[in-house]
Design a protein around this ligand. Sequence first.
Ligand code: ADP
Ligand code: MN
Ligand code: MN
Ligand code: MN
Length: 335
Amino acid sequence: MKITAEYIWMDGHEPTQKLRSKTKILNKKIESVSELPEWGFDGSSTNQAEGNFSDCLLKPIWLCKDPIRGEDNILVMCEVMNSDGSVHASNTRAHLRELAEKFAKENVWFGIEQEYTFFEGRNPLGWPEGGYPAPQGPFYCGVGADEVFGREIVEDHLDICLEAGLEVSGINAEVMPGQWEYQIGPLGPLEVADQMWVSRWLLYRVSEDYGVSATLHPKPVKGDWNGAGAHINFSTQSMRKKGGMKVIEDACEKLSKKHDEHIAVYGAHNDQRLTGKHETCSISQFRYGVSDRGASIRIPMQTANDGFGYLEDRRPSANMDPYQACAILIETTCS
Ligand code: ADP
Ligand code: MN
Ligand code: MN
Ligand code: MN
């Protein structure tokens, strides 16, 4: 019996790492990640090595069903290692792995809202060639062929994510036409970040079949059009219990002192998106508030009413690396 294992990893592209993958044929059904062999690739083709010493190592760390190929085939998320087995400079998961272990007793949960934009050629999907659609307003959570574009791809993506066993918690059409969102979580840090990367791979992969590309650029169209973010909803065990509101406020105060460090890992070109318009707070300011969609951190109304719950960091852009973003949130709020 033969199965395929699609090995997926993050490359060394700058300033934003991209996904790469290749297929390995295996001779038996795989039940757990520990049964999977390590593999290599040519790091000189992915900005991860020089040509004269180019072998990098793929270390399988998480697997799920491959909903594209079906049957017993699998997708395999990998960490990139140097040929001697040490952590490669592009491997951002390794640091999150350490923090997840160090702060395991906090039982942190993350829910990430991934926004993205479909493009067909040079235009956002559904936009008139070389022109603009009607101004924003009717598109968010809209219905109808004149309001939403690409729903068939979105539905396909949702189906395959669920089939793969990913913890998707919802989807919606976004404010800018051709822009959509899905959420993953709540899950622990490694789980949410691994699943986020695999869900992105599935998004790109399924869009291929439609001749459409999905971009995570934070400001895909300049001007009076919403950017694309990746709000991170975050809680620790003590935030979710009675008296949690105080813990959430303390966390916001800690976050206020590390704004620049957070922005540094919240995605490239985020300055184009965090302008203070379009439901964002300016990149040069830090504010938190209840129900405030113009703040850096929003405390949901339900959380304020209950006196416990979670906070929403609205600063991360759609193209952020969830390994780095989750790591700094744990570092800042739990230390
Ligand atoms: P918004 O109102 O900002 O659009 P969404 O419904 O899109 O919010 O996303 C909220 C996310 O927060 C979901 O993924 C949800 O699972 C997650 N979430 C809910 N409760 C918690 C919690 N206590 N800690 C972390 N994440 C949570
Ligand atoms: Mn949302
Ligand atoms: Mn949104
Ligand atoms: Mn949100």
